[in-house]
Design a binder for this molecule. Structure first.
Ligand code: CP
Length: 315
């Protein structure tokens, strides 16, 4: 692969290869062997047109730990504010010869479009409600480490599926790895067409969580609701917020996940989020660095071999 634009473009063996390499980076990070040279001599530019804590910080750390020169573009202070388009911005940066561009953008498809205009590897850090591939990969690694496998699991993805790129990427990845996915939430947030992606849909949280191995909670993404129906937080928490009573429907060893940022008391009870016997939310953050190291390492290998082949053909 030249870019990492979406899980939809990855085969199961490619997903497994990324997770296997990420496992090695988890071990190195835990052993405080935090410097490698896989990206040595390469320039990584992070362009975040939307807010981020986890994704931006972990891409920056991942690049630095692998020896890249990393630049974070302050998009709020860029010439985008003077009317420059995304594509002109990308082509301007492309002229500075970056090797890896990490892009988050509010519009679905924007990162794909940008990748067609530049000469470097592009990683999608989240585009609109379309895809967030590294989030799904880090979620998959977290599940594989907690459950010892990434197939034949019953996984409930709960809440605002409609506006969630995390849900979409997870649905695709976990489906490719042959898991059974349930989507749980009100019809306004879990449209019936998601059944076409191979998921079972539940409106009732207690039924949806029955005997699942994994409970993945999602935030209400009000920033993408476009003035549509926004449920009252109190009512939503009552029906769909994960608390001990609802979680009791899942298997006794079910894990609780959340991609963050989390709204405690809206989609999840704070005590469940902090329960180290059930919640793997902090592990997800840890896996995020390792997965992004693995993804950039593998793309850099492809980039280097493409460039070597091009140079050889020119002589
Ligand atoms: N999960 C996630 O994408 O978090 P950030 O928005 O903080 O990057």
């Amino acid at each position: 692969q030249k870019h990492l634009l979406g899980i939809e473009h990855l085969r199961p063996d490619e997903i497994t290869a990324i997770l296997d390499l990420a496992d090695q980076y988890v071990d190195l990070n835990r052993r405080d062997v935090k410097h490698a040279d896989a990206l040595s001599g390469l320039t990584q530019i992070n362009m975040f047109f939307e807010n981020s804590t986890r994704t931006q910080a972990s891409f920056e750390l991942a690049g630095k730990r692998l020896g890249a020169d990393v630049m974070n573009m302050a998009m709020q202070a860029s010439s985008i504010k003077k009317g420059e388009t995304l594509i002109d911005t990308a082509m301007t940066l492309n002229a500075m010869h970056p090797d890896l561009l990490v892009v988050r953008h509010p519009h679905s498809g924007a990162v794909d479009l940008l990748s067609q205009k530049v000469n470097c590897a592009v990683l999608n850090a989240g585009d609109g409600r379309h895809e967030h591939p590294t989030q799904a990969l880090l979620d998959a690694l977290t599940i594989r480490r907690a459950k010892g496998r990434l197939h034949r699991l019953n996984i409930a993805i709960c809440g605002d599926v409609a506006h969630s790129r995390v849900a979409r990427s997870n649905l695709i990845l976990l489906g490719k790895m042959e898991n059974r996915i349930r989507l749980v939430g009100p019809p306004t947030l879990v449209p019936s067409q998601f059944a076409e992606l191979g998921a079972e849909i539940y409106e009732d949280m207690n039924e949806g969580l029955k005997d699942v191995d994994v409970v993945m909670m999602l935030r209400l993404q009000k920033e993408r609701m476009d003035g549509g129906f926004i449920p009252s937080e109190r009512e939503y928490y009552h029906r769909y917020g994960l608390d001990a009573e609802k979680l009791a429907n899942a298997k006794p060893d079910a894990i609780v996940m959340h991609p963050g940022p989390m709204n405690r008391g809206v989609e999840i009870d704070g005590e469940i989020a902090d329960d180290i016997n059930r919640s793997v939310i902090q592990e997800q953050v840890e896996m995020g660095v390792a997965v992004r190291m693995a993804a950039m390492d593998l793309l850099a290998r492809n980039l280097r071999s493409d460039r070597a082949a091009k140079q050889a053909s020119e002589v």
